[in-house]
Design a protein around this ligand. Structure first.
Ligand SMILES: [Zn+2]
Ligand SMILES: [Zn+2]
Length: 168
């Protein structure tokens, strides 16, 4: 008998046990580094407005090390209340190419980030976000909310085994 992992409305994996008390087997292959590991994956829901004005959304699942290396610095920077590109630090008050990210870290409630990227960095981040990602219907699944809702980042990073580093 195959047990499908239950998912929340956003597709976050909900912990589920089989009769034997084992966790249902879920493939854990990182979309970014393609490594199969035992770590639970972080679910990412990306959305942005394309140049032609259409909203586009993708789902990606990455291992905690990739999350830490590729995306956490952007999320942390994007939490700052000033409009600067979270990737390169340039002011994006006048020219912003926003990328919206909703993410589910195992064991944590879903959260989201709005990244006020500059044009060139937005291309880079979107290319990374598209790596092995699956397109989502153009309906929006909670991504793209107006405000980031990060409240307790330290607790969240701790769940990922991440200790935020002081900025240099
Ligand atoms: Zn990875
Ligand atoms: Zn930039």
């Amino acid at each position: 008998m195959h047990l499908r992992p239950r998912t929340s409305n956003l597709g976050c994996i909900v912990r589920r046990r089989t009769k034997e008390g084992h966790l249902a087997v879920i493939p854990k292959i990182c979309d970014l580094c393609a490594t199969q590991g035992t770590d639970k994956l972080v679910s990412l829901y990306w959305a942005w407005i394309r140049a032609d004005g259409r909203r586009t959304a993708y789902k990606q699942r990455v291992c905690p090390p990739c999350m830490r290396e590729a995306y956490v610095p952007l999320i942390v920077k994007a939490m700052e209340p000033i409009l600067t590109c979270p990737a390169c630090g340039v002011s994006t008050v006048d020219d912003m190419d926003a990328v919206f990210l909703t993410f589910c870290i195992p064991g944590m409630p879903q959260d989201q980030s709005e990244m006020p990227l500059c044009g060139p960095c937005a291309v880079e981040v979107r290319n990374k976000a598209l790596t092995n990602a699956s397109p989502l219907p153009d309906r929006g699944v909670g991504v793209g909310g107006p405000q980031p809702t990060l409240q307790n980042a330290a607790e969240m990073w701790a769940a990922l085994g991440i200790v935020p580093q002081a900025r240099r």
